[in-house]
Design a protein around this ligand. Structure first.
Ligand code: 5GP
Ligand code: ZN
Length: 120
């Protein structure tokens, strides 16, 4: 937990968010500024600032984030047409929230530029 982190505050229910999934290790909520009809952020409860801060002990957690992505994709009926996961890492990738998160994007055909245009 990091006192100044918005995502830690969402996880701890100090800040409102439209939470679509939670378990003992993972929370997922709708992005406040969606870039696609479905735009969900999948975050570990553990405060890990970026992918570069990942440790060996986090390997299983990263797998769980991906399994949750599939579960959410099915719940939002994205499993036929597919979806995209994005992890922005550091300033050149446009990362603005320094609590590791997967962007799950879907619900329309995603052009290649989505990975560049809006930082997602
Ligand atoms: P990043 O560029 O760090 O990968 O993406 C951070 C994402 O978090 C952005 O898409 C942004 O719209 C979203 N975001 C920032 N603040 C909040 C917030 O307070 N609530 C929610 N639900 N999303 C947020
Ligand atoms: Zn955090």
């Amino acid at each position: 937990m990091s006192a100044e982190c918005i995502f830690c505050k969402i996880i701890n229910k100090e800040l409102d968010a439209d939470i679509v999934y939670e378990d003992d290790q993972v929370v997922a909520f709708k992005d406040i500024n969606p870039a696609a009809p479905v735009h969900i952020l999948i975050v570990p409860r553990k405060h890990i600032p970026t992918l570069l801060d990942l440790e060996k002990e986090d390997a299983e957690l990263m797998g769980r984030l991906h399994l949750v992505a599939n579960e959410i994709a099915r719940a939002f009926k994205l499993d036929k047409k597919g979806y995209r996961l994005v992890i922005n890492t550091g300033p050149d990738a446009g990362q603005i929230v320094f609590h590791l998160h997967l962007h799950l994007l879907g619900g329309r055909p995603l052009l290649q530029t989505i990975a560049k245009g809006r930082g997602v």
